[in-house]
Design a protein around this ligand. Structure first.
Ligand code: MLT
Length: 284
């Protein structure tokens, strides 16, 4: 779909293995400057953000694998969104980062909103991609319980095809992107999958947090996102005082992976407009 979605894999960054709570969390780091922490969705890992590597010169890009996802150690489920937001806080503390540009996609956005509610003073800006603030309706909650039970009973590989299809949604997508989506699903541990499903199912409505967000906020959504569609993004943008919205034509639920060029352009323009990142005047 995008000109650079099939590009050769980017060179590896600095791999940090941080002791976070009772487990080891892997964070990959590229570049120097103000920190940009990007939090992946479910059931993915930091490779979801490969199209953002090298896109923001003058920023320090930090991509964690959430607990139980990618290369990070799993911890026994259930998890809560607060656990996952606290993992982010501990990552920042380990790296002695006081304030961060925080971005999250879908479940990563749910976590970013939970973080925003707890630690507003640590946010320089917020990027909310293909996400929304609402709690799960009952039928979604019971669907998650069923998926978690099947992951335990049948193992993750048995779920890979249907989970992949959830993100492809009958659209024509770059086969290499589809293969990566499937691989990230396969590389999610049963514990990570069950833990994240329980965290999402139990999450409270974050709508009350939205009007309290004071940092510059960019909402991004793919026009073809059928999981967290543009109408939800528009509603969320309207509820955040200092937010803007960019819709990415033709992209689905994984806009930064499917269409990195327009997503990166939107983020770069947002940072420039707010004097953030490279070029930000540093205190004397
Ligand atoms: C995600 O991409 O993180 C999931 O689609 C979120 C969800 O299932 O609500």
């Amino acid at each position: 779909m995008s000109p650079n979605s099939s590009a050769a894999p980017p060179p590896p960054g600095l791999i940090r293995r941080l002791q976070v709570g009772d487990g080891e969390i892997v964070v990959e780091e590229q570049g120097t400057g103000d920190p940009l922490l990007l939090v992946h969705g479910f059931p993915f890992d930091r490779r979801m953000w490969r199209g953002q590597i090298g896109a923001f010169p003058g920023l320090r890009l930090l991509r964690p694998d959430l607990r139980g996802h990618g290369e990070s150690e799993a911890q026994p489920p259930p998890y809560t969104l607060v656990d996952l937001a606290e993992d982010l806080r501990q990552i920042l503390d380990h790296l002695a980062i006081e304030r961060v540009l925080l971005g999250g996609l879908s479940m990563g956005g749910y976590i970013a909103l939970a973080f925003a509610g707890r630690y507003p003073e640590r946010l320089q800006a917020l990027l909310l991609l293909d996400t929304h603030p609402k709690a799960d309706p009952p039928e979604v909650r019971s669907g998650r319980a069923e998926t978690a039970a099947r992951a335990r009973r049948e193992g993750v590989p048995k779920l890979a095809d249907e989970l992949t299809e959830r993100f492809v949604g009958g659209r024509t997508m770059d086969p290499e992107v589809v293969a990566l989506i499937r691989q990230m699903i396969l590389d999610t541990s049963v514990e990570g999958m069950v833990g994240s499903l329980t965290a999402m199912a139990a999450r409270p409505d974050s709508t009350p947090i939205l009007p309290t967000i004071t940092c510059p906020t960019l909402v991004i959504v793919g026009t073809e996102d059928n999981i967290t569609p543009p109408a939800m993004a528009r509603e969320m943008r309207a509820a955040i005082p200092n937010a803007e919205l960019v819709e990415i034509p033709g992209a689905g639920h994984l806009a930064p992976l499917e269409a990195p060029a327009p997503v990166n352009a939107a983020i770069a323009a947002f940072l420039r407009a707010h004097g953030l990142g490279p070029g930000r005047p540093h205190p004397a």
